[in-house]
Design a protein around this ligand. Sequence first.
Ligand SMILES: Nc1ncnc2c1ncn2[C@@H]1O[C@H](COP(=O)(O)OP(=O)(O)OP(=O)(O)O)[C@@H](O)[C@H]1O
Length: 368
Amino acid sequence: MIIEGLKLINFRNYEQLQLQLHPKLNIFVGENAQGKTNVLEAVYLSAIGKSFRTSKDQEMIFVDKHQAYVQVKVKRVVYENNIELRLNVDKKKNIKVNQVPLLKLGELLGNLNIVLFSPEDLKIIKEGPGERRKFIDGEISQIAPKYYYNLNQYNKILQQRNKLLKYHKGKKLDLEVWNEQLANIGASLIIYRRNFIKRIAILAKLMHRKITDGIETLEIEYKSSVLIKDHDTVDQIRVGFLKELNQSADEERRRGVTLVGPHRDDLNFNINGLEVKTYGSQGQQRTAVLSLKLAELELIKGEVGEYPVLLLDDVMSELDMKRQNDLIYHLKHVQTLVTTTMLEPLNIKNVQDKALFRVIKGEIGKYE
Ligand SMILES: Nc1ncnc2c1ncn2[C@@H]1O[C@H](COP(=O)(O)OP(=O)(O)OP(=O)(O)O)[C@@H](O)[C@H]1O
């Protein structure tokens, strides 16, 4: 799929922008704080319904204005999607796809698939399990909106269960009904995660092998908080989950919080048997994330039948020549939006299919 055009009104530092995109490589060049990332943010918003930089929609509205408008025209193999978002200062945002207003944010997912690679993604490797869960949830939600719905349900049940535990901390409490609900929906999340991680792990291993000329083996492993076996069915997982909730009941009462479940899952990244977070060099960590991102492209292609749009925010110039070449090789069939402060470090001389844009103070023109 490709984005044909983008229109912004009062979005971040763009008062008015109408942009035609190239079907392959689009490079946005500009000094710091000119509005390069804002363009990627608008695209991300049209795909996911949220920003990757802020949880407050209001921050994306041009200061002192009341509404921001974002329109993205997506061309897919057999149909087109016209996505429109209106962010409002004092009420919820409105989203339309092909003129039809959406009732829930989840309905937007899948209309435009994207993969974002930004310096922040190193957090997936370097920081706590919450970052890795955010990654898993974001990726699965894009290809399986049912997962997004289940995840929201799970979080609601979890929140209420935690409230009860906290309120009755140290006291006896009957949680049977809550446990049943948590285990039911939690088991389905675990199955989705197990399958997704299995698939992305295979693809990322292949990518990483190629990028490192076969020297490094990247393994990604699902560390489920609930004890599961490889071929457990959803029902077996549900039963196991319930058992663990019962076993940890006393501890939960003491601590006033839910101790078992997908909200405590994690991922392990190993290179040649060593944990990347602890033993990997900066370069290895960056390459592991690159492999993961390339794997995502392939996984989405396998799932929806088309490559997603790739957003590279300020990461290209951080890669060495070999890795840039590997990346560009993989992008032959993928529409890509790249931001950079300088063109020189980018190894793109041999890439014919491209458009260069110059970004200055919320205006975009041809790069001359
Ligand atoms: N709501 C807003 N209204 C008006 N301007 C805004 C708003 N939010 C951000 N900006 C402006 O947008 C600019 C930052 O844009 P952006 O984050 O896209 O920078 P960038 O070109 O990617 O820079 P860098 O290379 O530093 O990452 C800043 O000048 C900032 O003041």
